[in-house]
Ligand binder design. Structure first.
Ligand SMILES: O=C(O)COP(=O)(O)O
Length: 239
């Protein structure tokens, strides 16, 4: 029996934040209906939550009756609340060890998030934050592909060598738009069945699997020269 060809080996791991590294869904649910009242969109009842997790963000926005023009205002408000509550948001178990193992394997890490860089750094804590070479934060809800294109241009990594990892359909769509392989995580906001149906290149059931994939392949891949650093992106929020 012939073995399938090995997947292209990553030169960069691009991580989503909320739902991928940060266990923020309980917090998100705790503030959502207050935001719904303030911005006058549909409240979400507890029994609806599991059904909504099967949908992508576009379908959720439509279901909640949010007009497109309100979305940036709502996102900005949510991100202010996340900054206020950052102390209540924890990383998923296994995330610090995964970040350490990927960094140890010599593969640079980037974060591509709609959340604010200052909140992301606070939730990560200083040791984990220092392992991230590039923060591409503050992307608009549906603007991740554009931010990913800039990230790839600035790091000089070919799309097929940038492994994007996330928990939402919009993360997968951004990776696909640029031609990057995508690894879906099964512990985030979106139900893993909905992600699996879209045929991601990988489906991870725990953070350690990310480390195993990257570190296992890293033994056979060219390393970046020691001391190579990725050029940080200018961030819209100035952090
Ligand atoms: O805070 C959000 O809007 C979601 O953030 P994410 O892009 O890291 O999932």
């Amino acid at each position: 029996m012939t073995r399938p060809p090995a997947a292209p080996r990553p030169r960069l791991v691009v991580l989503d934040f909320d739902g991928t590294l940060a266990d923020s869904f309980p917090w998100f649910c705790s503030v959502l209906n207050g935001v719904a009242d303030r911005y006058r969109f549909r409240r979400v009842e507890a029994h609806e939550v599991e059904g909504l997790r099967l949908l992508g963000a576009r379908a959720i926005v439509a279901h909640l009756g949010i007009p497109r023009w309100k979305l940036p205002l709502i996102a900005r408000h949510m991100h202010r609340l996340a900054a206020r509550d950052a102390g209540q948001i924890a990383l998923f178990p296994g995330v610090p060890a995964m970040l350490a193992a990927v960094a140890e394997a010599g593969v640079p890490l980037a974060i591509l998030s709609s959340n604010r860089a200052d909140t992301v750094r606070r939730v990560l804590g200083p040791d984990n934050a220092d392992r991230i070479g590039t923060y591409a934060c503050g992307a608009s809800v549906f603007g991740k592909a554009r931010r990913l294109r800039t990230l790839l241009a600035r790091t000089g990594v070919a799309p097929d060598r940038a492994l994007c990892i996330g928990d939402e359909i919009r993360d997968l769509e951004a990776a696909r738009a640029l031609g990057c392989p995508f690894g879906a995580v099964a512990w985030g906001y979106t139900d893993s069945r909905a992600l699996a149906a879209l045929g991601p290149e990988h489906l991870f059931s725990e953070p350690a699997e990310i480390a195993r994939l990257v570190a296992g392949e890293a033994d056979h891949m060219p390393r970046l020269a020691p001391g190579t650093t990725l050029v940080p992106l200018p961030l819209p929020n100035g952090s």
